[in-house]
Write a protein that binds this ligand. Structure first.
Ligand code: ADP
Length: 191
């Protein structure tokens, strides 16, 4: 299974990604989590990424692509993976196509979580209080949403044209949303 989960910041991708990945026995790979781990360990990648993350901007494609390429080359991703937070730009879509083609497999499905803007800001401000993420201030949240609409939302159309998209209503209880995703994905054949 090779899956993507997409949706605006705060849509609940990370939460759902864990359940989906567990169900299929594949790793959930979150670029945001990998960047944050590098930032807290003070690695050169973290130092570079932090400047962009704190401003709500995307880390340059070259840096992100290299990181994802290395991660999906690891043995645990050999039989599949769920990517959360990647691809986020058209150039990343092309890179990912190349990476997957190289393994002789294909992308199976793209889960798109849809949520309303106001709900999202509320969720993110709440997360700011509980998790204390540096990029969860109101100004940065707004910038992340703009960047998402400009750069990432158009990718959904690309994947729709490939017939891969399952749009899922992201509003409601966490397990309700998970159920909707499973119902949608169970019709996807294993590759
Ligand atoms: P969110 O909760 O807003 O969806 P993530 O936790 O997925 O955010 O990512 C946090 C930050 O990490 C992003 O705002 C961005 O700076 C950086 N980042 C994550 N994934 C990518 C990517 N695919 N391309 C560029 N930057 C990324």
């Amino acid at each position: 299974m090779r899956l993507l989960i997409m949706g605006p910041p705060g849509a609940g991708k990370g939460t759902q990604a864990k359940f989906i990945a567990e169900h299929f026995g594949i790793p959930a790979i979150s670029t945001g989590d990998i960047f944050r781990a590098n930032v807290s360990q003070g690695t050169p990648l973290g130092v570079e990424a932090k400047r962009y993350m704190d401003a709500g901007e995307y880390v340059p494609d070259e840096v992100t692509n290299r990181m994802v390429r290395n991660r999906i080359d690891e043995p645990d991703a050999e039989h599949g993976f769920l990517l959360d937070g990647y691809p986020r730009t058209l150039s990343q879509v092309e890179e990912l196509d190349g990476m997957i083609r190289h393994t002789g497999h294909q992308l199976d499905a793209v889960v798109v979580l849809t949520v309303d803007q106001d709900e999202i800001v509320q969720r993110l401000l709440q997360r700011a209080q509980t998790e204390g993420r540096a990029d969860d201030t109101e100004e940065v949240i707004r910038r992340r949403q703009e960047v998402y609409v400009e750069q990432t939302q158009p990718l959904i159309e690309v994947y729709k044209q490939r017939g891969l998209v399952h749009e899922i209503d992201g509003l409601g209880e966490v397990d309700e949303v998970t159920k909707r995703i499973f119902t949608a994905l169970d019709v996807v054949p294993e590759s």
